[in-house]
Design a protein. Structure first.
Length: 281
Protein backbone atom coordinates (compact mmCIF):
# COMPACT_ATOMS: atom_id res chain seq x y z
CA UNK A 1 0.00 0.00 0.00
CA UNK A 2 2.81 2.40 0.89
CA UNK A 3 4.57 1.69 -2.40
CA UNK A 4 1.40 2.43 -4.35
CA UNK A 5 0.96 5.66 -2.41
CA UNK A 6 4.56 6.69 -3.14
CA UNK A 7 4.12 5.95 -6.85
CA UNK A 8 0.92 8.00 -6.84
CA UNK A 9 2.77 10.98 -5.36
CA UNK A 10 5.89 10.78 -7.53
CA UNK A 11 4.35 9.78 -10.86
CA UNK A 12 2.94 13.26 -11.61
CA UNK A 13 6.40 14.75 -10.99
CA UNK A 14 7.80 12.74 -13.90
CA UNK A 15 4.81 12.62 -16.21
CA UNK A 16 3.66 16.24 -16.02
CA UNK A 17 6.72 18.10 -14.69
CA UNK A 18 8.62 20.51 -16.86
CA UNK A 19 12.28 19.94 -16.01
CA UNK A 20 14.72 22.45 -17.48
CA UNK A 21 18.43 23.25 -17.55
CA UNK A 22 19.55 26.83 -16.92
CA UNK A 23 22.81 28.20 -18.32
CA UNK A 24 23.95 31.68 -17.28
CA UNK A 25 26.69 33.99 -18.50
CA UNK A 26 27.31 37.64 -17.66
CA UNK A 27 29.23 39.90 -15.33
CA UNK A 28 29.57 40.31 -11.57
CA UNK A 29 30.32 43.30 -9.39
CA UNK A 30 29.86 44.44 -5.82
CA UNK A 31 28.66 47.31 -3.63
CA UNK A 32 30.89 48.20 -0.71
CA UNK A 33 33.60 50.43 0.72
CA UNK A 34 35.77 50.29 -2.41
CA UNK A 35 33.01 50.93 -4.92
CA UNK A 36 31.73 54.51 -5.26
CA UNK A 37 28.58 53.62 -7.22
CA UNK A 38 25.53 51.69 -6.04
CA UNK A 39 25.20 49.88 -9.35
CA UNK A 40 27.73 50.04 -12.15
CA UNK A 41 29.54 47.93 -14.71
CA UNK A 42 32.79 49.72 -13.83
CA UNK A 43 35.38 47.21 -12.58
CA UNK A 44 33.05 44.33 -13.44
CA UNK A 45 34.24 40.77 -14.07
CA UNK A 46 32.84 37.68 -15.74
CA UNK A 47 30.44 35.23 -14.10
CA UNK A 48 28.71 32.06 -15.19
CA UNK A 49 26.47 29.37 -13.79
CA UNK A 50 24.31 26.33 -14.43
CA UNK A 51 21.41 24.65 -12.71
CA UNK A 52 18.08 22.86 -12.84
CA UNK A 53 14.57 24.29 -12.91
CA UNK A 54 11.27 22.61 -12.11
CA UNK A 55 8.07 24.35 -13.22
CA UNK A 56 5.34 24.10 -10.60
CA UNK A 57 2.92 25.84 -12.96
CA UNK A 58 2.93 28.31 -15.84
CA UNK A 59 3.78 31.07 -13.36
CA UNK A 60 5.87 29.51 -10.58
CA UNK A 61 9.18 27.62 -10.78
CA UNK A 62 11.76 26.31 -8.34
CA UNK A 63 15.41 26.70 -9.36
CA UNK A 64 18.72 25.49 -7.96
CA UNK A 65 21.96 26.82 -9.43
CA UNK A 66 25.71 26.80 -8.98
CA UNK A 67 27.30 30.11 -9.94
CA UNK A 68 30.86 31.34 -10.18
CA UNK A 69 32.00 34.93 -10.37
CA UNK A 70 34.79 37.29 -9.46
CA UNK A 71 34.49 40.77 -7.97
CA UNK A 72 37.20 43.37 -7.59
CA UNK A 73 37.51 47.07 -6.86
CA UNK A 74 40.16 49.69 -6.20
CA UNK A 75 40.13 53.11 -4.58
CA UNK A 76 42.00 54.45 -7.59
CA UNK A 77 38.71 54.43 -9.56
CA UNK A 78 36.80 56.37 -6.89
CA UNK A 79 35.21 59.76 -7.49
CA UNK A 80 36.27 60.85 -3.99
CA UNK A 81 39.79 62.18 -3.40
CA UNK A 82 39.90 60.92 0.20
CA UNK A 83 39.26 57.36 -0.99
CA UNK A 84 41.79 57.57 -3.80
CA UNK A 85 44.33 58.65 -1.17
CA UNK A 86 43.54 55.50 0.87
CA UNK A 87 44.62 53.43 -2.18
CA UNK A 88 43.15 50.08 -1.11
CA UNK A 89 42.10 47.34 -3.54
CA UNK A 90 40.86 43.78 -3.42
CA UNK A 91 39.67 40.83 -5.49
CA UNK A 92 37.80 37.68 -4.62
CA UNK A 93 36.35 34.67 -6.38
CA UNK A 94 32.78 33.87 -5.33
CA UNK A 95 31.30 30.40 -5.53
CA UNK A 96 27.57 30.20 -4.81
CA UNK A 97 24.82 27.61 -4.52
CA UNK A 98 21.28 28.96 -4.44
CA UNK A 99 17.69 27.79 -4.17
CA UNK A 100 15.16 30.16 -5.73
CA UNK A 101 11.44 30.58 -6.24
CA UNK A 102 10.64 32.35 -9.50
CA UNK A 103 7.41 34.02 -10.60
CA UNK A 104 6.52 34.76 -14.23
CA UNK A 105 4.00 37.55 -14.65
CA UNK A 106 2.67 35.88 -17.82
CA UNK A 107 2.44 32.19 -18.72
CA UNK A 108 4.99 31.53 -21.48
CA UNK A 109 2.85 28.70 -22.80
CA UNK A 110 0.45 31.42 -23.96
CA UNK A 111 2.83 34.36 -24.45
CA UNK A 112 6.26 34.82 -25.99
CA UNK A 113 7.46 37.53 -23.58
CA UNK A 114 7.13 37.99 -19.83
CA UNK A 115 8.75 39.91 -16.94
CA UNK A 116 9.73 37.77 -13.96
CA UNK A 117 11.08 38.08 -10.43
CA UNK A 118 12.87 35.65 -8.11
CA UNK A 119 14.07 35.34 -4.53
CA UNK A 120 15.49 32.66 -2.26
CA UNK A 121 18.48 31.64 -0.19
CA UNK A 122 22.14 31.08 -1.06
CA UNK A 123 25.39 29.82 0.42
CA UNK A 124 28.53 31.45 -0.95
CA UNK A 125 32.29 31.27 -0.39
CA UNK A 126 34.76 34.14 -0.78
CA UNK A 127 38.37 34.87 0.18
CA UNK A 128 39.56 38.45 -0.47
CA UNK A 129 43.10 39.04 -1.68
CA UNK A 130 45.32 41.75 -3.11
CA UNK A 131 48.84 42.07 -4.52
CA UNK A 132 51.82 43.55 -2.72
CA UNK A 133 54.32 45.96 -4.25
CA UNK A 134 56.28 43.04 -5.72
CA UNK A 135 53.19 41.60 -7.40
CA UNK A 136 52.74 38.69 -4.99
CA UNK A 137 49.20 37.53 -4.29
CA UNK A 138 48.29 38.07 -0.62
CA UNK A 139 45.15 36.76 1.07
CA UNK A 140 43.85 39.43 3.44
CA UNK A 141 41.86 37.60 6.12
CA UNK A 142 44.90 36.02 7.86
CA UNK A 143 46.48 39.48 8.19
CA UNK A 144 43.75 40.89 10.50
CA UNK A 145 44.05 44.27 8.78
CA UNK A 146 41.43 45.73 11.14
CA UNK A 147 42.50 43.78 14.20
CA UNK A 148 40.14 40.83 13.78
CA UNK A 149 41.09 38.14 16.27
CA UNK A 150 43.71 40.25 18.10
CA UNK A 151 43.42 40.36 21.90
CA UNK A 152 43.78 44.16 21.83
CA UNK A 153 40.50 44.37 19.87
CA UNK A 154 38.19 41.77 21.47
CA UNK A 155 35.09 43.15 19.71
CA UNK A 156 36.54 42.43 16.25
CA UNK A 157 36.09 38.75 15.44
CA UNK A 158 37.52 36.99 12.34
CA UNK A 159 34.92 36.83 9.59
CA UNK A 160 33.73 33.54 8.11
CA UNK A 161 34.61 32.86 4.48
CA UNK A 162 31.47 30.78 3.85
CA UNK A 163 28.21 32.54 4.63
CA UNK A 164 24.51 32.81 3.84
CA UNK A 165 23.00 35.39 1.50
CA UNK A 166 19.57 36.39 0.24
CA UNK A 167 19.47 36.49 -3.57
CA UNK A 168 16.69 38.36 -5.35
CA UNK A 169 16.13 40.08 -8.67
CA UNK A 170 14.26 39.93 -11.92
CA UNK A 171 14.38 40.24 -15.65
CA UNK A 172 12.51 39.59 -18.85
CA UNK A 173 12.11 36.31 -20.75
CA UNK A 174 11.56 35.59 -24.42
CA UNK A 175 10.31 32.19 -25.59
CA UNK A 176 12.35 31.20 -28.63
CA UNK A 177 10.60 27.83 -29.07
CA UNK A 178 8.57 25.37 -27.05
CA UNK A 179 11.73 24.19 -25.31
CA UNK A 180 14.12 27.16 -25.37
CA UNK A 181 13.80 30.47 -23.53
CA UNK A 182 16.28 33.36 -23.39
CA UNK A 183 16.23 35.88 -20.56
CA UNK A 184 18.13 38.94 -19.39
CA UNK A 185 18.26 39.23 -15.61
CA UNK A 186 19.81 41.14 -12.74
CA UNK A 187 20.31 39.33 -9.43
CA UNK A 188 21.43 41.04 -6.22
CA UNK A 189 22.74 39.31 -3.11
CA UNK A 190 22.07 40.80 0.30
CA UNK A 191 24.99 39.83 2.54
CA UNK A 192 25.37 39.72 6.29
CA UNK A 193 29.03 40.74 6.34
CA UNK A 194 30.91 43.94 5.67
CA UNK A 195 34.15 42.08 4.95
CA UNK A 196 33.66 40.88 1.38
CA UNK A 197 36.34 43.48 0.55
CA UNK A 198 38.22 43.13 3.89
CA UNK A 199 37.27 46.74 4.73
CA UNK A 200 34.72 47.62 7.40
CA UNK A 201 35.56 49.82 10.36
CA UNK A 202 38.57 51.75 11.77
CA UNK A 203 42.35 51.53 11.62
CA UNK A 204 44.14 49.71 14.41
CA UNK A 205 47.39 50.82 15.98
CA UNK A 206 50.24 50.34 13.52
CA UNK A 207 52.73 49.04 16.12
CA UNK A 208 50.19 46.55 17.48
CA UNK A 209 49.41 45.22 14.01
CA UNK A 210 53.11 45.06 13.12
CA UNK A 211 53.94 43.06 16.25
CA UNK A 212 51.01 40.66 15.83
CA UNK A 213 50.97 40.07 12.06
CA UNK A 214 54.14 41.53 10.59
CA UNK A 215 54.97 44.21 7.99
CA UNK A 216 52.81 42.66 5.26
CA UNK A 217 49.68 43.25 7.36
CA UNK A 218 50.62 46.91 7.83
CA UNK A 219 51.25 47.28 4.10
CA UNK A 220 47.83 45.84 3.23
CA UNK A 221 45.95 47.75 5.93
CA UNK A 222 46.89 51.13 4.45
CA UNK A 223 48.41 51.76 1.03
CA UNK A 224 48.19 55.54 0.74
CA UNK A 225 51.90 55.85 1.53
CA UNK A 226 52.63 53.96 -1.71
CA UNK A 227 51.35 56.90 -3.73
CA UNK A 228 53.57 59.81 -4.70
CA UNK A 229 53.11 62.38 -1.95
CA UNK A 230 50.93 59.96 0.04
CA UNK A 231 50.49 60.31 3.80
CA UNK A 232 51.76 58.00 6.53
CA UNK A 233 49.76 55.24 8.24
CA UNK A 234 46.69 56.82 9.95
CA UNK A 235 46.28 57.11 13.70
CA UNK A 236 44.47 54.37 15.59
CA UNK A 237 40.71 54.89 15.41
CA UNK A 238 40.74 56.76 12.11
CA UNK A 239 37.92 55.72 9.80
CA UNK A 240 38.87 52.97 7.33
CA UNK A 241 35.41 51.78 6.23
CA UNK A 242 31.68 52.25 6.83
CA UNK A 243 30.69 49.42 9.15
CA UNK A 244 27.07 50.62 9.25
CA UNK A 245 26.47 49.25 5.74
CA UNK A 246 26.94 45.62 4.72
CA UNK A 247 28.49 44.64 1.38
CA UNK A 248 26.53 43.33 -1.60
CA UNK A 249 27.40 41.57 -4.82
CA UNK A 250 25.32 41.19 -7.93
CA UNK A 251 25.29 39.33 -11.22
CA UNK A 252 23.72 40.41 -14.47
CA UNK A 253 23.57 38.66 -17.80
CA UNK A 254 21.87 36.22 -20.15
CA UNK A 255 20.14 33.03 -19.04
CA UNK A 256 19.28 30.29 -21.54
CA UNK A 257 16.68 27.78 -20.38
CA UNK A 258 16.30 24.44 -22.17
CA UNK A 259 13.43 22.06 -21.42
CA UNK A 260 14.38 18.41 -20.89
CA UNK A 261 10.92 17.04 -21.67
CA UNK A 262 7.62 18.18 -23.10
CA UNK A 263 5.87 18.50 -19.75
CA UNK A 264 3.52 15.55 -20.35
CA UNK A 265 4.23 11.86 -20.27
CA UNK A 266 7.11 12.03 -22.72
CA UNK A 267 9.70 11.63 -19.99
CA UNK A 268 8.47 8.15 -19.15
CA UNK A 269 7.39 7.19 -22.64
CA UNK A 270 10.92 7.55 -23.98
CA UNK A 271 12.02 5.09 -21.32
CA UNK A 272 9.36 2.51 -22.19
CA UNK A 273 7.45 2.99 -18.94
CA UNK A 274 4.36 4.32 -20.67
CA UNK A 275 3.34 3.29 -24.16
CA UNK A 276 1.03 5.21 -26.41
CA UNK A 277 -2.27 3.44 -26.99
CA UNK A 278 -2.44 1.65 -30.30
CA UNK A 279 -5.07 2.52 -32.85
CA UNK A 280 -8.05 0.24 -32.85
CA UNK A 281 -9.75 -0.33 -36.20
Amino acid sequence: MRKLLLVGVLLPLFTRAQWKVNLFGGFSNYIGDLQSHSYTTQQSNGSFGAGLQYDLSGHFSVLSNLTYGRVSAADGYSDEAVLRARNLNFETVIGEWNLLLEYNLLDLRDHRLTPYVFAGVAVYHFNPYSYDTLGHKVYLRPLSTEGEGLSQYPDRKPYALTQMAIPFGGGIKFRVSDRVTIAYEIGLRKLFTDYLDDVSTRYVDRATLLAAKGPEAVEMAYRGNQLEGGSAYPNEGAIRGASKYKDWYYMSGIRVTIALNDGTSGFLRHRGVIDCPKKVY
